[in-house]
Write a protein that binds this ligand. Structure first.
Ligand SMILES: [Zn+2]
Length: 106
């Protein structure tokens, strides 16, 4: 369960949009490398996949970096590179889990 893409909505996404690329609701899909899913509109990582990645063995070096934007963080992962985490996709349980994981890594 994730939150819908707020960026898509803010840009006027929906079946009546004048822009074809904004008509279809964003979906989660994997990229060439690996099984992580990303939002087809904003490119943000699926929160559940990020949480699973952070809990996986051997991922202690994966870290989340704040940005100057309150709605976005970067994820640095030696396997996947720099990923974007858009906070609008997070549910409250996601936020709680991420806080717990990050607290343990301090
Ligand atoms: Zn999105």
């Amino acid at each position: 369960m994730t939150q819908p893409c707020a960026d898509w909505k803010a840009q006027g996404g929906g079946p009546t949009s004048v822009f074809t690329i904004l008509r279809d609701e964003p979906v989660w899909r994997t990229r060439d490398k690996g099984t992580l899913r990303f939002c087809s509109y904003c490119g943000g990582i699926h929160p559940e996949d990020l949480i699973a990645r952070l809990k996986a063995p051997g991922t202690a070096s994966v870290r989340i970096e704040r940005t100057s934007k309150s709605y976005k963080s970067y994820v640095h992962d030696s396997l996947y590179g720099q990923l974007k985490l858009y906070h609008w996709h997070l549910t409250q349980p996601d936020v709680d889990q991420l806080n717990a994981i990050l607290q343990l890594r301090k």
